[in-house]
Ligand binder design. Structure first.
Ligand code: NAD
Length: 382
């Protein structure tokens, strides 16, 4: 018998509701697939508002330690603390564990209403770089002594004269490294090969930001050729690239042309949410933050704490649930993962979903979170 311990953060707002729903559904799928031979041992670890109130810390050390020790874990959404200390708990977790890939698979489920005419053509996996770029948090507010010092350096030492309004400008720095780009593109190529996906598209804005975004593209191609040259020569892997604005357009017009996307942090942020909207929105888009070298991975719902609907039994648990399914796939427990996919497909095809999705379906039957959870469990049990 295999028992895998999974540290989990319940999260704030709707976090406890989506966590309970996912755990019930994942447990049912595992039981059905492996008849008691495999099991998840859920280990709650503190974080967020509840941890702050009881332990005086939004992210206690024991939580980070548990994620390190057990390798993988799952989290519900966390309220971003206002003022002082940690800027964002999610960013803190990603940085502390160096989770350099933000993995966002995007696929459509039949029955889910979409703003595009052929959502079935959307089937992409986004590898978003998670540790660099303008997101690294290196910025200075306009009017601050630091902003002035930084501008003086640019102007006096670097000969920069292009800042249009230097006195009132804030400044941000965009580091993009060879190592950071290479490990991201390596993970995307490896994933493509392991999952029978042929094309990896490097999405960048290298026509304008030649050394940062252009560097990403150049290093990406070089890495792919150096480490996956044989597979490329054998036609098992194709690497191409596209400017980000063209990609955003093409992803709407001909999404079937794209499979695995490797991109920088900010582009990846926009791309992930746009593609999620094409298949049904935030309630259904899962994600994971992964370090493929250390093996650390945290799976998470991509939406926030949704305080406006917390405690009302109407939240859609699918984003969190599907991130749990990604976790099962990460463990190689594909039989259980497939059972959840099939149950969701059955449910959506019958118009059965939480309100956010059901109200858009022609014959939608809106269910509360608990009712929907029980319904999915009953489909899995058969
Ligand atoms: P949000 O995602 O919480 O909510 C945006 C809107 O979408 C709301 O109307 C909400 O009701 C709806 N919504 C979100 N998830 C839903 C679901 N599963 N089912 C049905 N409807 C859903 O974004 P926000 O309001 O900007 O942020 C609220 C808080 O969450 C903030 O403190 C923010 O910092 C935090 N946040 C956390 C994460 C995270 O932990 N990963 C991500 C984003 C935002």
């Amino acid at each position: 018998m295999t028992i895998k311990t999974i540290p989990f953060i319940k999260g704030d707002g709707v976090g406890p509701e989506v966590t309970a729903a996912s755990q019930a559904i994942l447990n049912a799928a595992i039981e059905k697939a492996y008849h008691g031979q495999k099991k998840l041992d859920w280990l709650e670890v503190p974080a967020g508002q509840k941890a702050f109130e009881t332990l005086g810390s939004y992210m206690p050390d024991e939580t980070l330690e548990a994620f390190r020790k057990y390798g993988i874990g799952i989290k519900g959404p966390l309220t971003t603390p206002v003022g002082g200390g940690i800027r964002s708990l999610n960013v803190y977790l990603r940085q502390s564990l160096d989770l350099y890939v933000c993995l966002r698979p995007v696929r459509w489920f039949k029955g889910v209403v979409s703003p595009v005419t052929h959502p079935e053509n959307v089937d992409m996996v986004i590898f978003r770089e998670n540790t660099e770029d303008i997101y690294a948090g290196i910025e200075w507010e306009n009017g601050s002594p630091e902003a002035k010092k930084f501008y003086d350096f640019l102007h006096n030492e670097m000969g920069v004269s292009k800042v249009r309004f230097p006195e009132t400008s804030s400044f941000g720095v965009k580091p993009v490294s060879r190592e950071g780009s290479e490990r991201l593109v390596r993970a995307a190529c490896r994933y493509a090969l392991d999952h029978g996906r042929k094309t990896v598209t490097l999405v960048h804005k290298g026509n304008i930001m030649k050394f940062t975004e252009g560097g990403f593209k150049k290093w990406g191609y070089e890495l792919a050729q150096r480490e996956f040259g044989e597979e490329i020569a054998a036609g098992k892997l194709v690497i191409n690239d596209l400017i980000c604005d063209a990609f955003l357009q093409n992803a709407l017009l001909k999404p079937q042309d794209y499979s695995v996307i490797a991109t920088l942090n900010l582009n990846g942020d926009y791309i992930s949410d746009m593609l999620a909207a094409q298949v049904g929105g935030v309630g259904i888009a899962p994600g994971a933050n992964i370090n493929y070298q250390s093996g650390n991975a945290i799976f998470e719902a991509t939406h926030g704490t949704a305080p406006d609907i917390a405690g009302k039994d109407i939240v859609n648990p699918c984003s969190h649930l599907l991130s749990g399914v990604m976790m099962l796939e990460h463990l190689g427990w594909n039989e259980a993962a497939d059972l959840v996919y099939q149950a969701l497909e059955t449910s959506f095809a019958r118009g059965c979903a939480t309100t956010d999705l059901a109200r858009l379906m022609p014959d939608g039957k809106a269910m509360g979170t608990r009712e929907f959870t029980d319904y999915i469990v009953s489909i899995i049990k058969g």
